[in-house]
Design a protein around this ligand. Structure first.
Ligand SMILES: Nc1ncnc2c1ncn2[C@@H]1O[C@H](COP(=O)(O)OP(=O)(O)OP(=O)(O)O)[C@@H](O)[C@H]1O
Ligand SMILES: [Mg+2]
Length: 352
């Protein structure tokens, strides 16, 4: 059982898309294991895809958000705003079995639905960290840990796998997600700003100074002060990589290689925690074995990805042919599927 946060400080790198695909594929590969997605992004994009996509998923989301007592992440956060320092043991009341809304997703996928109200709640969450008991910061940062413990208890502590989709901003709810997570999956895209974002992750979460004298994040300092564990880096995922034509492929490769070198230098020169995997594996001793353990690549599947996300059909079970999306007929080609489906399958096989 492991808890993965999918986070990069950069927006639009595929966090939500990958959350949807990885959770669905993991559930397909492990039909006897429960898979939980906690959507901690107020945009609720992964919830929308899981619940059926652009039309059905959005309709379901609106219904769920319209109910008096919201069975969403915000419903739980409301409980905790009322009882900040005493666990409410109410987390299990906020899970939704995804197949009740979308029969394209395996029956063993569960979701704590995302909610735009999270944005409104964030200042109340922050103010709960101070004043309060001496260790208010610590207790509030354990809210999502508590939520997950409640859910696991209701599942009799069965083996399960948990994915937390995060907002790009380093907001209070992202901090709570990172405290709850044991492992970090960091998607990035092949561009210069991704290189910068990777440094931002290292500085915000692990206190790495980019320049001598740089101040460290309160999250890093307080986590240390309270001896709270930080997630370990599990994998960097180069996402939306393109193989469309030779020149763009080589441009992409150059950028990916540069980012790759950057990550490798972090491994060599700092004490940032990386999660050696699979369990029992030995520490990588060179760049190649490092890359094999900590890097993955997911190609751009073009129209197939659009159809998968828009209709809430995990790409692993999407077939070639014509589909109606928002009243328009779109063709999914086998070649598009072949570009991405094997990447996701291999990637999930590397997730414990
Ligand atoms: N491998 C891929 N192939 C094709 N399209 C992709 C792929 N990954 C992501 N996308 C598309 O890229 C867009 C951005 O992805 P997504 O919303 O998942 O990013 P994000 O990191 O969650 O963004 P945000 O920071 O706003 O939360 C979406 O339209 C998504 O469908
Ligand atoms: Mg997102």
């Amino acid at each position: 059982m492991a808890i993965y946060a999918i986070w990069n400080n950069k927006g639009g790198v595929g966090k939500s898309y990958l959350t949807f695909q990885l959770a669905s594929e993991y559930a397909r590969q492990h039909p006897n294991k429960k898979v939980l997605v906690v959507d901690l992004c107020p945009q609720a994009n992964s919830s929308s895809m899981l619940l059926g996509g652009m039309e059905d998923g959005e309709k379901h989301l609106n219904n769920i958000h319209g109910q008096q007592s919201r069975k969403t992440i915000s419903g739980y956060i409301d409980d905790r705003i009322r009882s900040p320092y005493v666990p409410t043991n109410s987390g299990a009341g906020y899970i939704t079995q995804v197949i009740q809304y979308n029969n394209k997703v395996p029956a063993n996928v569960y979701l704590v639905v995302g909610d735009e109200k999270l944005e409104l709640q964030s200042s109340r969450v922050s103010s709960a960290t101070n004043p309060g008991p001496n260790d208010a910061w610590r207790i509030v940062h354990l809210w999502i840990t508590d939520l997950i413990s409640d859910i696991k208890r209701s599942w009799n502590d069965e083996d399960c796998c948990i994915f937390i989709d995060c907002n790009p901003s380093f907001s209070i709810y992202t901090e709570l997600a990172l405290t709850a997570a044991e492992r970090l999956l960091i998607p990035f895209s092949a561009d210069g700003s991704s290189k910068r974002a990777i440094k931002a992750v290292l500085s915000l979460v692990y206190g790495q100074r980019r320049q001598l004298g740089d101040t460290q994040s309160e999250f890093y300092l307080e986590s240390n002060r309270y001896n709270m564990s930080l997630p370990e880096i599990y994998m960097y995922i180069g996402n939306r990589l393109t193989q469309m034509n030779n020149s763009s492929a080589s441009a992409f490769k150059t950028v990916v290689n540069e980012i790759s070198d950057e990550i490798y230098s972090v491994w060599q020169s700092s004490n940032t925690p990386f999660c050696i995997h699979p369990s029992g594996a030995t520490r990588p001793t060179n760049k190649k074995s490092f890359k094999n353990m900590f890097q993955a690549e997911v190609n751009d599947a073009n129209t197939a990805s659009v159809v998968s996300g828009s209709l809430g059909i995990p790409i692993g079970i999407l077939t070639a042919g014509q589909r109606r999306v928002a009243g328009v007929t779109i063709t999914v080609n086998q070649s598009q599927l072949d570009r991405q489906v094997p990447n996701l399958r291999d990637l999930v096989e590397r997730i414990e």
